[in-house]
Design a protein. Structure first.
Ligand SMILES: [Mn+2]
Length: 285
């Protein structure tokens, strides 16, 4: 990666920076290794709505070959009147789904007051895009000792995103994952603009694994599959995909959620693409 024109100025995110001595972090969850060379697919509904809803989708994504289960119990919503999650009841449902399917879980902690509770149940703590610069939350998440996934804020630069990861690393917690989920641009045909530059750049600048979220990145279910494949082709270590058994009636993010059948189709395409060495060679892993 060295180049005669490369700047020699040290990166401000000294722990997150890729160096000759620190080439790639693997976050090891036992059965799943994030950053280990095989794409890790985290799939599930935007929100945990009920036990039957979550278990239904958990079994479907496990059957299709997903590696982890996602689902929000504490939901940050643009409107205070929108569905804001089931809270601890939702965490209990996620834990039950993990016990039944064997899939490790990832769920968001919205604030420091909920952090210990979330850490008690989850395998990976998600810091949501709107909290990327909530530095108290980043540090507290780091101190739980659980792996932490830091989503890029919709208006966060790549450097600000890596510095957010640095806050977690600086607590002594090495298990940090980055997630690109789209940024706000002038374009309004899609919900956000999935920044694939940032995926390749984060892999270039940092040793941390990078997950790509084409669901929030596009906001349109029919754009999720092409952007998921593109995210892996540019070097992403995995994907976060929203899946719902009945997207038209989802409590949140239905328009960007795949149904079970479309998710199974996507998993087949991912497996075909990953089996082609050329596709992985363009990555920076
Ligand atoms: Mn969502």
């Amino acid at each position: 990666m060295s180049n005669a024109n490369a700047s020699t100025k040290p990166a401000p995110y000294r722990l997150a920076a890729r160096t000759d001595a620190h080439q790639a972090t693997i976050v090891d969850l036992g059965s799943v290794k994030i950053g280990g060379g095989q794409p890790v697919v985290m799939a599930g509904p935007c929100s945990v709505e009920s036990e039957s809803q979550l278990l239904n989708t958990a079994y479907a994504v496990a059957e299709a070959g997903a590696h982890m289960l996602r689902g929000g119990a504490f939901k940050p919503r643009t409107s205070p009147y929108a569905f804001r999650g089931l809270g601890e009841a939702g965490l209990k449902i996620l834990a039950k789904a993990r016990a039944e399917t064997g899939l490790p879980i990832i769920t968001e902690a919205l604030n420091t007051a909920d952090l210990d509770l979330v850490a008690e149940y989850t395998d990976v703590i998600q810091i949501g895009a709107r909290n990327m610069q909530n530095f108290a939350l980043l540090e507290a998440a780091g101190r739980t000792g659980r792996p932490v996934m830091v989503k890029r804020g919709p208006a966060g630069t790549i450097e600000e995103w890596l510095l957010a990861a640095e806050y977690v690393l600086a607590t002594g917690n090495p298990n940090v994952i980055l997630c690109e989920r789209g940024i706000r641009t002038f374009e309004n045909a899609t919900r956000n603009t999935l920044d694939l530059n940032a995926v390749a750049m984060a892999k270039h600048r940092s040793h941390l694994p990078v997950i790509v979220d084409p669901s929030h990145g596009t906001g349109k279910w029919y754009l999720v599959a092409p952007l998921a494949l593109a995210g892996l082709a540019v070097g992403g270590d995995g994907l976060m995909i929203e899946v719902h058994h009945d997207p038209d009636h989802a409590s949140s993010d239905g328009p960007q959620s795949l149904n079970h059948e479309h998710f199974a189709d996507l998993m087949e395409k991912i497996n075909q693409q990953s089996a082609q060495p050329v596709a992985r060679e363009v990555g920076l892993n």
